[in-house]
Design a protein around this ligand. Structure first.
Ligand SMILES: Nc1ncnc2c1ncn2[C@@H]1O[C@H](COP(=O)(O)OP(=O)(O)OP(=O)(O)O)[C@@H](O)[C@H]1O
Length: 474
């Protein structure tokens, strides 16, 4: 209820005050209509006309006669406020609040304040669209950061591998941090993805971060993001970090052993408090992210050398998965090779559908079993992809293997040539055949020879030397 000041005895002051109030009413964004105690319209502001379509010629007329549906005269009669009354006239929709004007306990009129619903509709429509766009972006982001592997795709029957799978399956559902150790290419990321996909977070992002690939000066802002103007060249408005992108999902911190000592302390804080702070900001943000870390290094040794924090090590080491190197589980090779031959067929066989799976001959598999695989399963996969590419039909033979592996396994050849051949001669014969097949595949002009040399992993000059030496006429 509004009460005018008693102190307006002077007519001049009163006039000034009225002018002042009128200016306020005119500058308000809501529509305003005022009636006097007899129900005659005294004021309307331009916004009222804009919202309701009622023009200023209503001033001086009785509101009830002019707009029979109006409820303001009732407010005048019962002195009760009315809030949020919906009105619709000539396709105009608006919401009206009404209140009596009481001065010195006497009712001198009533005021109606209205807000256009068209505007509210427009805003809510925009909000809805933005909400939908946000949802789409969220879905897109989730699909961009989807983990594709599940436990079913972890191939191998060896005890070491099965034990790692057993532990991983048991801890997948929990939110505990996990440390995966193993040489490069053994399948650490494969395990991390399978764990994520087995957890309730599976439809949320899986964010892999290679801590060794990002310069340590940048890693903090990549992981935690930064605030507006955090440093020179910082993006305006700041940047969201990978932890925030991974919210409700999983972050996979590969090569954790390469993380700087300072950043390790910040990571420990995230593990303990579940909060992050963007670089250059003071406020903390809560996050819900599962952390899976991996390394090919011996973290215990790094702790001893003061290069890895002991507290972080113990925090991560609670659940430890050790993925053995391929050389220690060679019994996994035949299954891995079979599965890889199958996917090679899917990738390469565009001539025949359905694609016929590649096979591998006994000699070649024997060579693969004898090799030590320093690059582990990743190296095996590359070799199978290469050999499938080199095979003329669908059977992979020794000569389709990369030169290095073929040479290492040449001693396993069952003699198909006369037994008086020396090892050197056998190797040269295999090399000559392999070069001829490669050239058959690529062709003989200079550009094709360049491609063949590249596929063989030798320079063009070496290829020419070998052609001359083996009297290959291409
Ligand atoms: N047991 C397995 N079954 C099927 N595929 C495997 C297996 N282990 C590894 N791979 C495949 O080998 C490749 C390398 O695996 P991954 O990237 O997971 O290794 P990593 O240990 O994380 O390597 P790095 O330490 O170099 O990052 C991938 O293509 C992966 O799918």
């Amino acid at each position: 209820m509004f009460k005018l000041s008693e102190d307006y005895s002077s007519g001049f002051i009163l006039e000034k005050q009225i002018e002042w109030w009128k200016a306020i009413v005119y500058s308000i964004n809501d529509g305003i209509l005022v009636i006097d105690h007899q129900g005659f319209v005294r004021h309307i502001n331009p916004e009222y006309t804009q919202i309701t379509g009622v023009t200023p010629d209503i001033i001086g007329k009785r509101l009830k006669d002019y707009r029979p549906g109006a409820q303001l005269p009732e407010t005048l009669a019962d002195k009760k406020c009315r809030v949020g009354v919906y009105r619709k006239t000539d396709n105009r929709e608006y919401i009206v609040d009404m209140a009596p004007i009481i001065v010195n306990d006497k009712i001198i009129g009533a005021v109606s304040v209205c807000k256009s619903l068209t505007e509210v509709h427009k805003l809510s429509q925009e909000l809805k669209k933005k909400g939908e766009k946000l949802e789409q972006l969220q879905k897109k982001m989730n699909s961009l950061y989807q983990a594709k592997y599940t436990f079913k795709q972890i191939i191998g029957r060896s005890g070491g591998l099965r034990e790692a799978v057993y532990v991983a399956e048991r801890v997948a559902e929990s939110d505990l941090a996990i440390l995966i150790t193993g040489e490069s290419g053994t399948g650490k990321e494969l395990f991390a993805q399978a764990i994520h996909n087995e957890s309730s977070r599976k439809n949320k992002p899986f964010i892999p971060v290679n801590c060794a690939a990002i310069p340590s000066t940048l890693l903090e802002s990549e992981l935690f993001g930064y605030g507006d103007g955090a440093f020179t060249n910082a993006k305006k408005g700041g940047k969201i970090g990978l932890f925030e992108i991974a919210n409700n999902g999983t972050i996979f911190l590969d090569e954790i052993g390469d993380m700087s000592y300072d950043l390790q302390a910040k990571l420990l804080r995230v593990l303990q408090e579940r909060k992050i702070r963007r670089v250059g900001e003071t406020a903390e943000r809560s996050i819900d992210v599962r952390i899976i870390a991996a390394t090919h290094r011996d973290l215990q040794q790094l702790v001893k050398k003061n290069r890895f924090r002991e507290d972080l090590f113990y925090r991560l080491n609670v659940i430890r998965l050790q993925v053995p190197p391929l050389r220690e589980r060679k019994e996994d090779i035949p299954d891995l090779v079979n599965s890889m031959l199958h996917s090679s067929a899917m990738n390469l066989s565009f001539e025949h559908y359905p694609p016929s799976p590649y096979t591998i001959d006994r000699q070649t598999l024997k060579i693969l079993l004898s090799y030590e695989w320093p690059g582990n399963v990743r190296e095996l996969k590359n070799v199978i992809d290469y050999a499938s590419c080199m095979a003329e039909g669908t059977e992979i033979k020794v000569q389709h293997l990369p030169e290095l592996i073929m040479k290492k396994g040449i001693h396993l050849f069952e003699p198909v040539t006369p037994s008086n051949q020396t090892l050197q001669e056998a190797m040269e014969e295999a090399e000559s055949k392999f070069i001829q097949q490669t050239l058959k595949r690529f062709g003989s002009d200079i550009e094709e020879k360049k491609k063949a040399a590249k596929a063989l992993g030798i320079s063009l000059a070496t290829l020419y030397n070998k052609l001359k030496r083996y009297h290959i006429d291409f």
